[in-house]
Write a protein that binds this ligand. Structure first.
Ligand code: HEM
Ligand code: NAG
Ligand code: NAG
Ligand code: NAG
Length: 354
């Protein structure tokens, strides 16, 4: 910020060295740059053919739309979820679901998010990101729970409890016409927002379910180098900035499989809050010994390609929240084609917790 200001001033005054422009634009490039690739039918539809929701999602995917909405609210009509007034609004049933999720994901007595919240954030990632740009379909398609086989993969074993909870919600609400794919992505968004400090991410419905298991080998392991992670996410249309923003979800994380001598150890000292301590403590040699750091997280925190972005999010919470929300909306759409046919139900999202 300061450097950019000085540079602008130098350039403005004509004092900058001719090579300085290049240096400054290099510095700017190392700061967060949103992922901008289009997905699904938005890649081919002309603007004139876009629905209101299609336009809104396209703007978010291009880094211009606002991915956070703290203002839009809604109260379900009286008469309950079976009333005609509820059936008349596609979003209404989602209000009931979002309320159930918030109850399971936020522990009011301690003011922190629960294991179901952290599990749901990761479940949304693991359903959507078992995908790359050369795979038709797949992605955020509910297959992690519908296939009957993805949950027994090593990387999903720790998700058993949240998987059972999500299946219970699905059984309760499936007769109302919801998809598992939408349910899982709502869970990931309500999960983040149930950790105090978390963003209220815009929510879109309309994904279709797929019972076929995703290909294996597409989710990154916790020993990948920064370059391997950048390539892995790049192949999902998520740039290095998106990688860093999304990894920030480990602010709410606890591990059971990486260091089995410290089962339940968090990745920062406040796993119940959506704060920047994960960015600080991953880099801190004197971080509390109660936390477990993943090698992949350290690699991204310290690689020259990603560390300036790490520093930016470490010092600017609103920049991180905005980046997280936009990149997570992208994540939640991977593999889905009919994005233009989706509907926005942000109004059902639970309120922001501070
Ligand atoms: C990019 C590379 C990533 C790697 C290598 C990675 C790896 C891991 C590992 C090994 C665990 C611990 C699992 C266990 O031992 O129980 C974990 C937990 C978690 N991860 Fe990631 N992760 C990555 C990215 C992400 C992303 C993009 C998100 C979400 C947007 C995310 C959200 C979480 C959450 C919330 C947990 C805690 C789950 C719980 O406590 O139940 N991770 N991750
Ligand atoms: C995408 O994943 C498939 C299946 O694992 C793999 O064969 C292909 O090389 C990957 N493509 C890219 C661009 O990563
Ligand atoms: C996809 O991954 C390969 C390595 O597997 C890498 O060379 C390539 O740059 C990646 N593509 C993108 C768009 O990141
Ligand atoms: C923090 O990020 C926000 C959102 O990107 C930006 O508007 C603001 O200027 C940044 N603040 C500082 C101090 O850089």
């Amino acid at each position: 910020m300061k450097a950019a200001f000085i540079l602008t001033a130098l350039i403005g005054s004509g004092l900058a060295h001719p090579g300085m422009d290049g240096v400054l634009s290099e510095l700017r490039k190392r700061q967060f740059q949103p992922s901008t690739g289009l997905l699904g039918d938005l890649k081919t539809l002309p603007d004139s053919g876009l629905s209101t929701t299609g336009k809104a999602i396209k703007a978010i995917l291009q880094g211009t739309g606002n991915p956070i909405d703290t203002a839009t609210t809604y109260t379900a009509p009286s008469g309950g979820k079976d009333a005609a007034a509820c059936k008349a609004d596609r979003c209404c049933i989602w209000k009931y679901i979002a309320n159930d999720m918030r109850t399971a994901m936020f522990d009011a007595s301690s003011g922190t998010c629960t294991d179901i919240a952290r599990g749901a954030i990761r479940l949304g990632f693991h359903d959507a990101a078992a995908w790359n740009t050369s795979i038709a379909g797949g992605g955020a398609d509910g297959s992690i729970l519908l296939s009957g086989s993805e949950m027994s993969r090593t990387e999903n074993l720790a998700l058993a409890s949240v998987g059972t909870q999500m299946q219970t919600w699905f059984n309760t609400y499936k007769s109302y016409g919801i998809s598992m794919a939408d349910l899982i992505q709502l869970g990931a968004k309500v999960g983040a927002g149930s950790c105090p400090g978390g963003p209220r991410i815009r929510f879109f419905i309309g994904r279709t379910d797929n019972p076929n298991p995703a290909p294996t080998g597409l989710l990154p392991p916790p020993f990948f180098t920064a370059q391997q992670l950048i390539d892995n996410f790049g192949n999902k249309t998520i740039g290095p900035g998106g990688l860093v923003a999304l990894l920030g979800a480990h602010t709410a994380s606890k591990q059971t499989q990486v260091d089995t001598t410290k089962i339940g150890a968090p990745q920062d000292s406040t796993p119940g809050k959506w704060d920047q301590k994960y960015f600080v403590e991953t880099l801190d040699a004197n971080a509390p010994s109660t936390i477990v750091k993943f090698q992949s997280d350290i690699n991204v925190a310290t690689s020259p390609a990603t560390s300036p972005i790490w520093q930016q999010f470490l010092s600017n919470k609103s920049a991180w929240d905005k980046a997280y929300a936009a990149e997570y909306i992208r994540m939640s759409l991977l593999g889905f084609q009919d994005i233009n046919g989706m509907a926005e139900c942000t109004k059902v999202m639970p309120s922001v917790l501070t």
